[in-house]
Design a protein around this ligand. Structure first.
Ligand SMILES: [Zn+2]
Ligand SMILES: [Zn+2]
Length: 371
C-alpha cells in the first residue's frame, strides 16, 4: 500500500467520468474477484484496494475531497484521506462495501453436530465417522453454481457489484441488494442441479478424531467443513460437541479415574483377587488381607492420558479404587447364625483388638452395654 492512488488502482484518468469509473470498477471486480482466485492473499488485497478506491471515487463529495488532497500532495498514506489512519480508512470502507454482516452472509454457515461416545472412547481418544444430511458443494458444478462450460458470473448491475444499495437522502441506509442477495454477483448460466447456489443438501460424512482425555461438552472444530460459501467464498466450519455416556462404575477426577469396589467381610479380612473395570477392560486387583474400608488402592497408569504432560510425570493418571467393606444383610437365618458364630470366634481369638481396647478390655463385649 505504498502509493494509494485511487485512480491508478482503477486504471482510469483523473478526469474520468462517473460512468468510466463504474465500468472500470465492474471490470476489475470481476477480474480480481477472490472467488476466481481462491487462497490468493495478493489478489484479495488487490480486490480490497479496488473497492476502497471505488468507494472514494464513486461518491461525488468524497471524490472532490480526495481530488483536492491529491492535488495538494497531502496524501499522507499513514493517515488516510479524512485524517483517519489508513487502517481505519480501509476498515471503514471495506466495512461499507463488505460489511461484517455481508461477509457472514457470503461465508457458508457452520454445521453443528453432537457426537455421543462411550466413557472409554473419550478417555483414551477415538476416531469416529459421523454421517448426516447437510448442504455440501454441488458435485455437478463443483460448487461454483455455474453450469459446467457456462459463462462466469456477472457483476450485479443493480448494486454495481457492491452487494448493497444506498437509499436516497443524507442519512440513507445501505440495504442489501435484493437482486444478487448481497453477493455482488449474478449467475448468468446457473447450474441446473443446484439452481446456481453452488450447494445442495446431500449425505455427508466426516471423520472426527477425539484426542485422549476429551471431556464431556468439549467442542471439536473442523474448519472449512461446514456449508459452502456462495461464489466460492469461505465455507463455514463443522462444530462437533462431545457428549459422553456415563460409565456405570468409573468416574473421572481430573487425570485420575475413580471407582468403588465392594468386598465382603471375609474378603477384606483374608485378602482377595477381584476383577476391577478400567477403560481398557477388566484387570485383576489384589485386595491385601486386612484391608480397611475406605482404603484407596492405586492402579498406576490406568487413568486419563494427560493432554499437557508434566516433565517427569507419567503420561497418564491413575485409577483409584476405593475399597468399601459391604456389611452383610441379615435377611436369612443362616447368615445371622454364621455371623453370631463369627462374632463368638472373633471374641475368643481377640480378633478385634481396637474394639476390645475401646470397650475396656476383657472379652471384647464389656463396656458397650447401654444402661
Ligand atoms: Zn451446481
Ligand atoms: Zn446486487
Amino acid at each position: 500500500m505504498a502509493d494509494l492512488d485511487y485512480y491508478a488502482i482503477l486504471g482510469v484518468d483523473a478526469a474520468a467520468s462517473p460512468e468510466e469509473i463504474k465500468r472500470a470498477f465492474r471490470r476489475l471486480t470481476l477480474e480480481f474477484h477472490p472467488d476466481r482466485h481462491p487462497n490468493d492473499p495478493q489478489i484479495a488485497a488487490r480486490y480490497r484496494q479496488i473497492n476502497v478506491a471505488y468507494d472514494a471515487l464513486s461518491d461525488a463529495a468524497k471524490r472532490s475531497r480526495y481530488d483536492m488532497q491529491r492535488r495538494l500532495g497531502q496524501l499522507d498514506l499513514t493517515r488516510g484521506v479524512d485524517g483517519q489512519s489508513a487502517r481505519d480508512l480501509l476498515g471503514n470502507m471495506f466495512g461499507d462495501v463488505f460489511g461484517t454482516r455481508r461477509t457472514q452472509r457470503r461465508k457458508g454457515r457452520d454445521l453443528r453436530y453432537t457426537l455421543t461416545v462411550d466413557f472409554a472412547e473419550a478417555v483414551l481418544g477415538s476416531r469416529h465417522t459421523i454421517e448426516f444430511e447437510a448442504p455440501g458443494a454441488c458435485t455437478v458444478c463443483s460448487g461454483t453454481g455455474t453450469r459446467p462450460g457456462g459463462r462466469e458470473p456477472d457483476g450485479c448491475d443493480v448494486c454495481g457489484g457492491r452487494g448493497e444499495v444506498k437509499g436516497e437522502g443524507l442519512f440513507a441506509r445501505r440495504t442489501r441488494c435484493g437482486r444478487c442477495d448481497g453477493t455482488g454477483l449474478i449467475q448468468v448460466e446457473a447450474c441446473t442441479a443446484c439452481k446456481g447456489a453452488g450447494a445442495r443438501r446431500q449425505a455427508r460424512a466426516f471423520d472426527v478424531t477425539l484426542p485422549g482425555g476429551t471431556v464431556a461438552g468439549a467442542e471439536r472444530l473442523l474448519a472449512g467443513l461446514g456449508e459452502p460459501g456462495r461464489f466460492g467464498a469461505e465455507s463455514g466450519d463443522l462444530r462437533v460437541t462431545v457428549n459422553v455416556r456415563p460409565h456405570p462404575r468409573l468416574e473421572r477426577d481430573g487425570d485420575d479415574i475413580r471407582c468403588e469396589l465392594h468386598v465382603s467381610v471375609s474378603e477384606a479380612a483374608c485378602g482377595a483377587h477381584v476383577a476391577v473395570p478400567t477403560v481398557e477392560g477388566d484387570v485383576a486387583l489384589d485386595i491385601p488381607a486386612g484391608v480397611k474400608s475406605g482404603t484407596r488402592l492405586r492402579l498406576r497408569g490406568k487413568g486419563v492420558p494427560r493432554t499437557e504432560p508434566k516433565r517427569g510425570a507419567p503420561a497418564r493418571g491413575d485409577q483409584l479404587v476405593a475399597v468399601v467393606v459391604e456389611t452383610p444383610n441379615v435377611t436369612d437365618g443362616r447368615v445371622r447364625a454364621a455371623l453370631e458364630a463369627l462374632e463368638q470366634t472373633c471374641n475368643e481369638a481377640a480378633a478385634y483388638p481396637l474394639r476390645a481396647n475401646e470397650r475396656g478390655g476383657g472379652d471384647g463385649k464389656g463396656g458397650a452395654k447401654l444402661s
